[in-house]
Design a protein around this ligand. Sequence first.
Ligand SMILES: [Zn+2]
Length: 252
Amino acid sequence: MKVLLHEMSWPEAKEYFAKNDIAIVPVGSNEQHGPQNPLGTDHLIAKAIAEETAMRAGVLCLQVVPFGVSSHHRQLWGTIYVSPEVFNKYMKEVCLALQYYGIRKVVVVNGHGGNLASLSDLAREMREEGVFVSVFQWWPAAAKILPDLFDVEERKHASAEETSVNLALHPHLVDMSRAVDEKSRVHPVQAEGITLPLDTVDFSETGVWGKSTAASAEKGKEDFEAIVSELVRHVDLLRSAGVEDLVSKPKV
Ligand SMILES: [Zn+2]
């Protein structure tokens, strides 16, 4: 059975939509990931997780949306970013197009933390439209499921965990001879409870936060397997959930 929408013909798509109300949409970003990782890291990993999950669960998967909310990485070259408003609107129209074909449940596989605020707004807005959107992020899932696989400094942006998943999925795109360990700087005005409008270059010279040299394909494979298993579990739960339990409730 085909699960990738862009590989189906329209009669094949019609057959899927006639019988199913669930779809997966991977999203990410195109942004710096240190000197060793490809700019596509966040959308390439999201795509791989989404497609593997779709295959195992027998659920439709769309093409990955590669550009996200990542202007905070722009000083490091090749970062292509859009505003939160444009990203939210674009994703909303993708969800509405799915709704036109009867989709009521959308699992967004998000590979980039900077997209989360916009996707959370999207999920709330779509619920009012009658579509239930859940957002999956692989790194908090992995930290919970496999807490000992990496330490805290290895679980930050472009550090060992992300590099390991890249090594497991597309090793030809990773240059470990350029991997670095860099302790991120603390801004002089930082204090507990304060959020500051800072960019990556305020914290890091290389774009790596923490330690990336401990990356390995073996750890990446273990991470990927655990992540996909957890997402398959969510997709199965969501597929069997009644729409009446998902749409927003009327006033009491
Ligand atoms: Zn990333």
